[in-house]
Design a protein around this ligand. Structure first.
Ligand SMILES: *Cc1c(COP(=O)(O)O)cnc(C)c1O
Length: 340
């Protein structure tokens, strides 16, 4: 099977496993796991922040990051298809008492006009207070898109004194695709999360970064939520390996995604715009093809390719380090036959 449902499906390589089995370990609840401490320090440094916190998932890093910026009863603004609004199962409300209002934009982009209209810093005792704005970069359901208005929004929020939360699950992809250091994005946010388990190929793990105080508080909340962990260095070692070895190669995933998009655009014109495929995610719209998502997903599975549906008419194809250029070519040809 060629599995292009997500970049989370990768398995640790032999070298990554070797790093995991030889990592020095300790009890992280006591702050004594040297490998966890090294990972937190390394990722915080890469992202231009004082401190980091290793978490089991990106969702947990986002829950801790948003709640550090938004008090119970406050709101965070985000794009309507953001992971924090759509794919964290209401955690920010259910766990933290945080509400959301959303703007909606093609490819999940920042829309400064809409955000300005939503921001309600203090409209009196009758309205919810905007405590933070969250941006996803790259944007998952937006098709792996890079946020082109990121710096302008960060400047505006700085001027207004409203903190930015960055869901950087795939910030590494944004860095490689733009040639910018990831710190140039993450340091603009008061709290930022990154995933190690997506394109970087670690089996588990994310890191939240922020100030020393923000991370100290997040560490308490992580424990309160039952997610303190002990010899987690066995997992942090995979993350350290991933950060050292698997970032630059994301360019290959981006080239493979673009190549898939070109094949699909030839087979079903209008289903995807290859020049809008900026990173490792291809979202193809089947509306004009006369095929349903279920049909194409099932047909692809029968032909040995796994892909996902992300909307009534949309397919998502995600490239990653366990899918070679040849695998991606084969998958593209199979999908082209199904949608053409
Ligand atoms: C995957 C992802 C996360 C975190 O997902 P987990 O499965 O909880 O690790 C957060 N944000 C975005 C945009 C993602 O794609």
């Amino acid at each position: 099977m060629i599995d292009l449902r997500s970049d989370t499906v990768t398995r640790p390589s032999a070298d990554m496993l070797a790093a995991m089995t030889s990592a020095p370990l300790g009890d992280d609840v006591y702050g004594e796991d040297p490998t966890v401490n090294a990972l937190e320090e390394r990722v915080a440094g890469l992202l231009g922040h004082e401190a980091g916190l290793f978490t089991v998932t990106g969702s947990l890093a986002n829950i801790l990051g948003v709640r550090s910026l938004v008090p119970p009863g406050g709101e965070v603004l985000c794009e309507a298809s953001a992971h924090i609004a759509r794919a964290e199962l209401g955690a920010h409300a259910a766990v933290s008492g945080v509400t959301t209002r959303t703007w909606s934009a093609s490819s999940g982009q920042i829309d400064l006009e809409q955000i300005r209209a939503l921001i309600a810093p203090d409209l009196g005792p009758y309205f919810v207070v905007t405590s933070a704005v969250s941006v996803e970069n790259t944007h998952n359901f937006g098709g792996g898109s890079i946020q082109h208005g990121y710096d302008v929004l960060a400047d505006e929020l700085d001027a207004r004194g409203i903190p930015l939360h960055l869901d950087g699950a795939r910030l590494w992809n944004a860095g490689v695709a733009t040639g910018r250091p990831v710190a140039s994005f993450a340091s603009r946010a008061a709290a930022a999360s990154v995933c190690l388990s997506k394109g970087l190929g670690a089996p588990v793990g994310s890191v939240l970064v922020g100030s020393v105080e923000l991370i100290r508080e997040a560490r308490i909340w992580r424990k309160r939520l039952g997610a303190g962990w002990r010899q987690a260095g066995v997992l942090a070692a995979a993350g350290l390996y991933a950060v050292e070895h698997n970032v630059e190669r994301l360019a290959e995933d981006h080239a493979n995604a673009r190549a898939i998009a070109e094949v699909l655009a030839d087979a079903a014109p209008g289903s995807v715009k290859p020049d809008q495929v900026e990173t490792n995610i291809v979202v193809a719209d089947l509306a004009a093809t006369g095929r349903t998502v279920a049909e194409v997903v099932a047909g692809a599975r029968d032909a040995g390719v796994l892909i996902g549906g992300v909307g009534a008419t949309q397919l998502r194809v995600v490239t990653h380090l366990d899918a070679s250029a040849a695998d991606c070519r084969t998958a593209a040809e199979i999908l082209a036959r199904l949608i053409g």
